[in-house]
Structures are given as C-alpha cells and as structure tokens.
Design a protein around this ligand. Structure first.
Ligand SMILES: [Zn+2]
Length: 589
C-alpha cells in the first residue's frame, strides 16, 4: 500500500508543491489533465473527510429534521435541465452524451434538477412531512475549460451536496443557519481554517448565500475580511465605504481610461488614482449601464490611443464630436482642483459631458475600507482564497419553474422552498496538504490521517513467516495487531524489502500520527518503541501515559520533544502498546 520510493523533501528546503507531494507519497496519481486517480492512502483520507461530514449531519440540533444520505444517478436527461433553463445556457460547462442515438443526457456537475424531480415524484405523494433533507458524497463531472492547480480545478471531482425542501421561506432560512453552523463545525473538526463570507448566489441563484473560503495567495477568489469583527465578504457582495480621510487625496498622481458603453453610444472617460485597478462591477453600477468589455479590458495606454485614433479618423470630426455623449467618471479620491489630464480631443462643448463624481471605482485594497458590519475604520483586508464550501438559500428558484412546479400539498398555490449546500471533498484533500505540510511530509490531524497507528516490524530481507515461527510471543503480538486493524484503524507494515528506518520515514511522510517499532536491535519483545508523529496538545502527556501503563519499570522516555526532524519517542512493554496508543490518540491534534 505504501509507495516504496516515497520521496519527501529534506528539511530547510522550501515547501514542495502540495500536488507533487500528494503524488510522491502515494495519495493521488494524475491520469489526464483535470482527472486524478485516488490511490489507497488518498482514498482513506477522502473517506475520513466524508465520515466527519456524515457524523456532523447526523447530529440533530433540534428534532424537527433528519438529514438522510442517498445517491442520485450520475447523469440527467438534458430535457430536465431545459425545464430550469440551465440548458442550453450552461451547455459549455457540462459534458453530454447521446444515449442510443436518441436521448441526449448530461453528466451532472450538480444535482438541483435531479433532486427536485425526485422529490416531486417520490416524496410529494400523500402527506410526507417537510422538511425533507438529502445529501450525497459522489463524483461530479464538469467541463472545466482550463483544469489547473491540482485537485482545486478538475473536470472530475468529489463533492458533498445536500438539498433541503421546506414549507415556508422562514423554515428554509432557519435550516440555512443550521447548515452554516454545521459547515463551520466540519471545517473546525478537519482543522481547516476557513472564513465564512457573504456571497453572490451566482449561477445557482437564490436569496442568500455564504461561501467558506480558505486563504491562500494562489487562490483565484478575492476575499475581504474585517480584522476587527472577522466578517468575510465576497468581493461582489462587499459594500463597505472607502475611509473618509482618503477622499480627494489624489491631486496629481492620477490616470485615466477611455472605453465605450456596451452599445457604443457613449464614450466613457474614467479618472482614478495611478496604480489602482478599476472594478467593472462598481463602474457599471454607478453608470447604470454596461460597458464594452473589449475596450474596458484593453491595456490602458494602447486602448486609449486606439479610441482616440478611431474618433479622429471620422469624416465629419467636428460634428461627430459635438454630438458624442461623454460620461466623465471621477473616483472620489481624485481632487478635481488638481490637474486632470488634458482632454485628448480639441473640439468639445461642455454640454456634451455628463459627470459622475465622488464615486468609488476601483477594486478594494487592504487597509483603506471601513467595515460595513462593525463600522471599524480601515479594517478590511483583501486576500486571495480558495472556495471549499458554499451554501445557498434557493427560495423557489427550482421549485417554481414553469415546467417543474413543486407545490405545497396543503395549499396548491404555494410552492415548496429549497436550499442547497456543497463541500468540495476532493479539493479538501489538497487543502489539507497545503495546511499540514512540514519537513517530514504531511502532519495530518488524526481525524483524517490514513491510519491511526503504524506497526513497523524490523524484518529486512527476512521472510515474515520464518521470523514469526522462531518467536511465539512475537507471532501472538502480530496476530493480535492484525485482528485489531479494522476496529482500531491500525496499519501493519510487514514488508521485507524495506529497512525499518525507511518504513518509518514513509509513515511520517504520509501522516500517520503514531509509529510502533518492534523486533529491532533495541526493540526485541518485551520492548517496543512508540514514536509520536502528530502534534501533542497536552503538556502533561508523559504523566498521563505513565498512568496507563501496567509495567511502570519498563516505561522510559527516550525523546521528549520534536526537534531536528526527530520525534518524541518512548520505550514500553509491548503489552502496554494498545493502552498507550489509545491515550496518545486522545492527546494529539
Ligand atoms: Zn467589521
């Protein structure tokens, strides 16, 4: 199971790329761009992530609902997606296939349509009680145009998706808040720090939504967080104000950009502080109109020049310019008493200008915005992040569609309300690698580690059966470990082609919290050595371990602290092994 040649970086070298690390230690193997195989060790971690979610979903905060696990078909008829108008609108994001030359089907990237139809046909009959809540943890397929960043952007991924059906919008909101709490608890148990950010409902739709974001400079999302109240905001949802002290502070260090409105009827001239980046969302909001993206996103100087040339080449330039509506947008940091750059056209009338000034037009940067939640000044931080979960209160977005109406049984004029909730499970495997990498490899929290304890026998170049036949108590010990493997999540490494020392290195690299060494030069029974890979959280660990061992005389601490890549190590009587391992597992992260 363990990859024999697992290579881990030496200490003092910079962190290796976590996708490479996951590959090196035998967690994953790339198949094609955007597709990965999950190998036995990686799959165990993925299953452990799922177990944490299953367990959290089984906890009832009150007894008015039941979150049930199911598995939906992995594909849907394209006709079903047409009912909610997500097809053909989203056809570029899904893979379709023709079934027997007549039925066009798609591979589900998400299952709102499938579950709504299932709910309508199977759970609306008679008086089935609401709410009804279902979830699954399955592979999804999405036509990701440019797969990248390992398990973060793939075409095939594991997602935990949950869907809830309610009688009223109030019940939906109440359950949405329960799920927010459950999501926070799940990430907390996985030891993954996340920020819950108020978000845009985007393509899924609905009334409220919250993203769970993991901060990392390589992430593709922009996250805004308040240093004071810790509230997170998705950049589209952020409505904080630029600190008042910064208004009209820029007089000379400014620049301007020309672009057209989307219908090319008006010219827009935007004045803003040099070095900042314009926000198309803010500009369109202030303008009350769409901008032409081609000229908006063109490199500033080249784009400006192109527009100036284009206008100057008009036949009747003078008349054209007099009739051209021009919108001048001036960022609130610009002090108009300062020098605005020269207007590039000689002919103009002041009546053709419409001014929109004292407006914020740029993308947020750290330390200049006041928090709209707690009103603290200049506390908003702007960072990059990776989305690991997203919850939506959908309202009747899917249940009140023309052809997919799901109405209340008691009152046929009222639709059913819905929420949906998703966690990127395979993506979390990479986040765990990003969060828990050290000089030995992965130092995983015990809740997700592929095994809890690794028993490492020294039998290099010796057949295991011969070794065991020579030593009856060793044979009994090995049989005992073997019989406890499933229940206790033990791994027994009997490989004879790898030195014990190398087995230990691999074990530490893959993130197993405890190694037990036996049958070596210093570990002939009745002695074994127990090495602690996981982070010990209890300062009193030595006394606690001493208190659970029966053979106190043979309890010896060989190394107390983690240092120079050497881990805490104790020597004990082998009969105390299980009690000691159980106790260590209570005390490691
Ligand atoms: Zn705040």
């Amino acid at each position: 199971m363990f990859t024999k040649n697992a290579s881990v970086q030496k200490s003092k070298t910079p962190k290796v790329d976590e996708v490479q690390l996951l590959h090196n230690i035998g967690y994953i193997a790339p198949q094609n761009t955007g597709y990965y195989h999950y190998l036995p060790l990686g799959l165990r971690v993925l299953n452990n992530i799922s177990k944490v979610i299953d367990k959290e979903f089984s906890i009832k905060d009150d007894f008015n609902y039941n979150i049930e696990k199911l598995e939906l078909s992995q594909s849907s008829p394209v006709d079903l997606w047409k009912k909610t108008h997500r097809y053909p609108a989203n056809q570029h994001e899904v893979f379709t296939y023709m079934e027997n030359d007549k039925n066009l089907r798609l591979l589900n990237p998400t299952c709102e349509e499938s579950i709504t139809q299932l709910f309508k046909s199977n759970y609306m009959k008679g008086n089935s009680q609401l709410p009804k809540i279902f979830y699954q943890t399955t592979k999804k397929i999405r036509n990701e145009k440019r797969p990248r960043f390992g398990l973060v952007r793939t075409r095939e991924f594991i997602m935990n998706d949950c869907y809830s059906f309610h009688n009223t919008p109030e019940d939906t909101s109440k359950f949405f808040k329960i799920m927010e709490k459950k999501y926070k608890s799940i990430f907390n148990k996985l030891k993954i720090p996340v920020i819950a950010a108020k978000a845009d409902s985007g393509d899924i739709g609905g009334s409220e939504s919250i993203e769970f974001q993991y901060q990392d400079s390589r992430g593709e999302d922009t996250l805004l967080t308040c240093k004071s109240c810790q509230t997170g905001f998705n950049i589209e949802q952020f409505n904080g104000e630029l600190n008042e002290n910064l208004h009209e502070t820029v007089t000379k260090d400014l620049t301007f950009k020309l672009c057209w409105t989307a219908d090319k009827s008006s010219l827009i001239a935007i004045y803003y502080p040099k070095g900042e980046e314009l926000s198309i969302n803010k500009i369109e909001e202030e303008l009350g109109d769409s901008v032409d993206t081609e000229t908006f996103f063109a490199e500033r100087e080249v784009g400006n020049e192109k527009i100036v040339d284009e206008i100057n080449s008009k036949d009747d330039l003078q008349n054209y310019l007099f009739e051209l509506p021009i919108v001048r947008m001036i960022d609130l940091r610009i002090n108009k008493r300062g020098d605005l750059p020269d207007w590039p056209f000689k002919v103009f009338s002041k009546y053709q200008f419409m001014n929109i000034d004292k407006v914020d037009l740029c993308k947020p940067v750290s330390g200049v915005y006041d928090c709209p939640e707690c009103n603290s000044e200049k506390t908003i931080d702007v960072t990059r992040s990776i989305e690991v979960g997203h919850i939506f209160n959908l309202g009747d977005r899917y249940t009140n569609k023309d052809n997919l109406k799901v109405m209340n049984v008691d009152n046929a004029s009222k639709p059913i309300y819905m929420g949906c909730y998703g966690i990127g499970v395979s993506r979390l495997l990479q986040i765990l690698a990003m969060e828990n990498q050290d000089s030995l490899g992965l130092n995983l929290p015990k809740v997700v580690a592929p095994y809890k304890v690794n028993f490492i026998i020294d039998n290099y170049k010796k057949d295991i059966n011969e070794v065991l036949e020579k030593d009856p108590s060793l044979k009994v010990f090995v049989q005992e470990i073997n019989s406890k493997q499933i229940e206790k999540d033990y791994h027994l490494d009997l490989a004879s082609d790898i030195k014990q020392f190398d087995k230990a290195k691999v074990s530490a690299a893959v993130g197993i919290p405890i190694n037990v060494y036996f049958n070596g030069k210093h570990t002939k029974l009745p002695h074994v050595e127990v090495e602690i890979r996981g982070d010990i959280l209890d300062k009193d660990w030595i006394n606690k371990l001493q208190s659970v061992v029966k053979d106190k005389d043979n309890f010896k601490v060989l190394k107390e602290h983690k240092s120079d890549n050497r881990l805490p190590l104790i020597k004990i009587n082998y009969k105390d092994t299980y009690a000691v391992c159980d106790e260590i597992l209570k005390m490691v992260r």
